[in-house]
Write a protein that binds this ligand. Sequence first.
Ligand code: PRP
Ligand code: HPA
Length: 176
Amino acid sequence: QIDPTQYIRQIIRNVPDWPKPGVTFRDITPVLQDPRSFRVLIDLFVYRYMGQKLDLVAGVDARGFIVGSVLAYELNLGFVPVRKKGKLPFNTVAEEYSLEYGNASVEMHTDSVRPGQRVLLIDDLIATGGTLLAAARLLQRLGANVVEAAAIIDLPELGGSQAVKDSGLSVYTVCS
Ligand code: PRP
Ligand code: HPA
């Protein structure tokens, strides 16, 4: 008998010293590459969200697109991208967040969400939480109701999931 969370956790690859010395990168590509773990992963999210009142899935550039779009399709929902700055062609709104050195920003199309729509926000990983917090602010500025912020992996020692919870959002992660 396989515990799905354990199964996913053991397939995630820890890459030492990437992108820089001292950082261990949690690489989800093996989970996506293996058809069984890819299905188990998506099904964990499907089981959590099927039957919940949702209108859209918003996925964060870039790995949030992979899980978010498949999940949206499985739940019969639309998908909207939260993109890194300068990638979206139409009218956009932007939110800045801080990185270790300097700032970055995420953007959405102004017409990607209608006021009152119930949105599930998803990414691969929560580190400091800055990315998901900025994405949630964008969605809220557009009038969305962010039902939950979800990710595959939480790095709890960085405090990001707590910060996202402290902002008033519900948070779900598959493993840490
Ligand atoms: C990673 C990850 C999350 C974010 C988490 O993406 O995919 O989006 O960082 O970090 P945070 O919780 O501290 O904000 P990254 O910014 O490296 O961009 P990428 O998708 O282009 O690799
Ligand atoms: N994996 C993916 N994205 C990340 C990580 C990681 O280990 N740390 C910060 N963002």
